[in-house]
Design a protein around this ligand. Sequence first.
Ligand code: SF4
Ligand code: SF4
Ligand code: FES
Length: 255
Amino acid sequence: MDRMLTINIFRYNPQDPASKPHMQSYSIDETESMTLFIALNRIREEQDPSLQFDFCCRAGICGQCAMVINGRPNLACKTKTKDLPDQITLLPLPFFKLIGDLAVDTGTWFREMNTHIESWVHTHKTFDPNAEEERMDNATAEQIYELDRCVECGCCVAACGTARMREDFLGAVALNRIARFILDPRDKREEKDYFDLIGNDQGIFGCMGLLGCEDVCPKNLPLQDQLGFLRRKMGLFALKDLRSGRKHTCTCQGS
Ligand code: SF4
Ligand code: SF4
Ligand code: FES
């Protein structure tokens, strides 16, 4: 390990009226198994304590360290410097509100998204703390678990062309979450309920299907499969519903 890395970092503090957006370069010697998370912490400790970026777990679990790394959204703690050239450019995720430098507020967006799609199991059962756990078929549980691995990092939203054009687009992460509840036998919502949530341009019919989301997802979620599954399911529901004569209310906003 004898490389010197140059890390070019976007700097801007929206809280400081004197601050102007600019790039700042830092040099750092590369060490064995260095991740960008380690490099950024060393820069902050050894060179510039004012540098802002987020992290919590350093293990690809909290989703807090997402940023644009040489043009692609990814997690800083999962990115090894040995896999990058010696010139590295770091930008904050677009789309989300900037807190400062590389730190963005994904939490507010995710809370609003989860509230909007009612991201919880809808059941008519009353909770009984003494009841025995209900078993779920293993194959179904595994399918749900696969989709539940999302760490809400925001990379898929940052890479999404539709999200850049319309702020109210729910994004692949919300659509993946809906697919997870459709699979869940405990959730008693019906097709019509899901259609009312995502059967519009804000949801599945706004997606242009270019799959930037799946390309950048650091957890390798099968987003493409879920988008295809939902597009077919909601499309078929709309057809059936039109034949049955139910009126649809257009929720598009000027598109
Ligand atoms: S496939 Fe759809 S959700 Fe994924 S990045 Fe493209 S427009 Fe966004
Ligand atoms: S689907 Fe993937 S990219 Fe999108 S928020 Fe979840 S983990 Fe991140
Ligand atoms: S620090 Fe938690 S995902 Fe990177």
